[in-house]
Design a protein around this ligand. Sequence first.
Ligand code: F0G
Length: 459
Amino acid sequence: MNLPFAESWKIKMVEPIRRSTREEREQWIKEAHYNVFQLKAENVYIDLLTDSGTGAMSDRQWAGVMLGDESYAGATSFFKLKETIQRLTGFEYVIPTHQGRAAENVLFSYLVKEGDVVPGNSHFDTTKGHIEGRKAVALDCTVDDAKDTQLEVPFKGNVDPKKLEAALEKYGDKVPFIIVTITNNTAGGQPVSMQNLREVRAVADKFGKPVIFDSARFAENAYFIKTREKGYENKTIKEITREMFELADGMTMSAKKDGIVNMGGFIATRRQDWYEGAKGYCVQFEGYLTYGGMNGRDMNALAIGLDENTEFDNLQTRIHQVEYLASLLDEYHIPYQRPAGGHALFIDAPKVLTHVPKEEFPAQTLTIELYLEAGIRGCEIGYLLADRDPVTRENRFGGLDLLRLAIPRRVYTDNHMAVIAAALKNVYDRREQITHGVRITWEAALMRHFTVQLERITD
Ligand code: F0G
């Protein structure tokens, strides 16, 4: 008999979680104005809001915490982190920051000017925010495949080289760089193939443009290249990682994802001019160049986390769990962005709540229903998050409307996955009775989904 698959770690410390009653949840979500960001975490049973900063550190990372060097300048923890990043990515220059959006802020302060156009694949919302906030345009050149959630193709996160080339022809001098997000979070945690990264490099070289990778989930991307792309079966994750980064000029990193730390980020690049240009902004916004908003202990934990999470076993355990949840959803016929992504499953809400019109935000409605059903907190990646068009102020209904179930790293067991799937099935089974969604009673001008206040629409 073949032995079944099992996790590549065992558990040394646990944190209790608590179930609640439906009556309690009705009250709590109402008090939260039907916005799950406004819930108290203690009122959540299984928290799938994000995989960012929510992973469980290993015993080795905790040991690193105890050895942190908290010197203001020149801490050994910084040099350890820098050496690890250099070894994994091949980038010589490293600027630490307190998280991913801070890396964007520091680097884009140097690189992005008013009127610029930055092409890429489904820019993450803070990336877009840091571009649009500088009165520049984030131009989405993702492959059209990503828009069809039921299409099963291996690299749905790819950049469309034709769209990219057309953008570079049209905007020429206005393009400071191309940004490729690996994996593509917004399109469903979908990977970008090595071949596509090579194609992007070729187009970039043709137009003399640099390439940046938004690398929050680069290790998961490398795992998918190993397991889905021909020719990479026998390469290690670390070899694939090196090969990916050879195709970029630099990276921004939210270390809260594939670095498996609770807080942290960095910029790394081979370009001395970028380092010299951006470092002043690090001092101004983040901190001195050898800590950039991180504690010494956090830099130690990050260095160890990066090394651990570029090992196959760790990634296999993680992706296996996401795939297990996907297999249960398949059993219950619940539609999600196929194939299963790296860090999350994205439920195609309008395909579930067919009676809820788009103006009443189906994915947000499904998010609320799942919380009411079992105290599970996902989040909407859809029409609310898309904000309004900056010019017309109309809601942007052009993209997908998804409920994201992000799985924290090394935190929940497969039993929790079974609970999530069963809760979704219960909502799915009563979908015909869900005919109304929510309406906005208050919203902010930008990034409204964090603070938006909603009310339920009833007949
Ligand atoms: N880039 C990507 C692809 C991200 O997913 C995120 C964060 C960031 C940049 C910004 O990094 O949070 O460290 O400032 N994504 C989280 C999420 C918040 O839930 O997907 P940060």
